[in-house]
Design a protein around this ligand. Structure first.
Ligand code: HEM
Length: 408
């Protein structure tokens, strides 16, 4: 098998990983990377198989088990390790099934539908703030503030704290960028995590004493057949919802807008038929998915593709690569806002399928439709767009100019 590690460290990979994914998928679809210390999967079918088969590919310890730390540091980061050994996203069925059923009682379709009016109000106000300027940064003026406000409103946490959420979640996800993070990165992530945990514990206490009409009150009150979420499960689930709930949606909206700017024909189709917005968003999820690298750990020796994966080894599922696999998506590098079928894996697959998919699918079409409705002649205001490509994929910023159409 060829050595592809140099490609994974090339600057071109961060900017545009898809040619590297194609090369891997064609030549080494189950590839052992010495650099990352894990298997890299790039074929759609291998990725769905491993996401479905939790008995052979566990979520337990997927973020921490392969870190290979010296003893004193291992001891020092136990709070972080404990956190990532429990909670919805870190455990397998049947423990996962139990927790997901409990969480579902609070996170219902009705809870999400209720957010539609709020999303429209925020979108309108963000557009109103910039419409007379003829320019904006789509990320910092629009696609970051929108989801963070929505998630704060949904959970029932004060919006004034959003700068703190951003700082905490940015720091926490830093250790996930590579399978073997540096000690200072780990300790920084742990410090931020512990502050966020305490923040949630304080809110749980307040909501138990005086429940409100919000997700956190519903989560602390959930009970089924005498079973409830423990304090640690609540903390872990809320951390996942907070982090999952804004970073990814920010990137979905911004990467989607960039794709439209780079494909004026598709932008025109959407302007002529605004009802295509939900289908366009599905295509943005496929074409530039915000969550690129998912992980599982082999529970025993297992064969995947033509490779022998050993018990305990980390498997990295490149969701963005699966979404460009030509055996599932004809002409996969083409942006087609009416692509059908479009069974992309941007929200994962199997038991851990994204809990917040319905919220992202509510927010992003409203956001994109509104930008199309109120702004015309949207142009990039920079010669180079810079991508951050780790677990999450997104733009550093997206400055544009535009002409005002109608005010919201
Ligand atoms: C475009 C936006 C989003 C993308 C691309 C995305 C992606 C994903 C992916 C790939 C997974 C599966 C992880 C795995 O298999 O281990 C996942 C799980 C999850 N996501 Fe999202 N997500 C998005 C938005 C959201 C939102 C808005 C929320 C919360 C409101 C959220 C909350 C969660 C939670 C709680 C899980 C864990 C589910 C479980 O383990 O059962 N996500 N997400």
């Amino acid at each position: 098998m060829g050595d592809f590690d140099h490609l994974l460290t090339s600057p071109e990979y961060a900017q545009n990983p898809y040619p590297v994914y194609r090369q891997l998928r064609e030549q080494a679809p189950v590839y052992w990377s010495d650099l990352w210390g894990c298997w890299i999967l790039t074929r759609y079918d291998d990725i769905t198989a491993s996401l479905q088969d939790y008995q052979h590919f566990t979520s337990l310890g997927r973020l921490t088990a392969t870190m290979d730390l010296p003893e004193p540091l291992w001891e020092q980061v136990q709070p972080l390790i404990r956190h990532y050994s429990q909670g919805l996203i870190n455990v397998d069925p049947p423990a996962h099934t139990r927790m997901r059923q409990l969480v579902h009682q609070a996170f219902t379709p009705r809870t999400i539908r209720k957010m539609a009016g709020y999303v429209e109000t925020i979108v309108d106000s963000l557009i109103r703030d910039v419409i007379d300027q003829g320019q904006m940064d789509i990320i910092w003026d629009f696609s970051y503030p929108l989801p963070v406000r929505v998630i704060a409103e949904l959970m029932g946490i004060p919006l004034e704290d959003h700068e703190r959420f951003k700082a905490w979640s940015g720091k926490i996800v830093e250790f996930m960028a590579t399978p073997k993070p540096q000690p200072e990165v780990l300790l920084g992530s742990q410090a931020a995590l512990m502050e966020l945990q305490q923040y949630f514990r304080d809110i749980f206490r307040q909501r138990r004493a005086s429940p409100q009409d919000d997700l956190i009150s519903a989560l602390v009150a959930v009970e089924a057949e005498g079973d409830r979420l423990t304090e640690e499960e609540l903390v872990s689930t809320c951390v996942t919802i907070l982090i999952g709930g804004h970073e990814t949606t920010t990137n979905l909206i911004a990467s989607g807008m960039l794709a439209l700017i780079q494909h004026p024909g598709e932008m025109q189709r959407l302007r002529e038929s605004p009802e295509l917005a939900p289908s366009a968003v599905e295509e943005f999820l496929r074409y530039e998915g915000p969550f690129q690298r998912n992980r599982r750990i082999a529970t025993e020796d297992v064969i995947l593709g033509d490779q022998y994966i050993r018990k305990g080894q980390l498997v990295m599922q490149m969701l963005g690569a699966a979404n460009r696999d030509p055996s599932h998506f004809p002409d996969p590098d083409r942006l087609d806002i009416t692509r059908e079928p479009n069974k992309h894996l941007a929200f994962g697959y199997g038991p851990h399928f994204c809990l917040g998919a319905s919220l992202a699918r509510l927010e992003a079409p409203i956001a994109i439709q509104s930008l199309m409705k109120h702004l015309s002649d949207i142009q990039l205001a920079t010669a180079d767009v810079v991508w951050i490509n780790t677990v999450f994929r997104g733009l550093k910023s997206l400055p544009v100019t535009f002409i005002r159409k109608v005010s919201p």
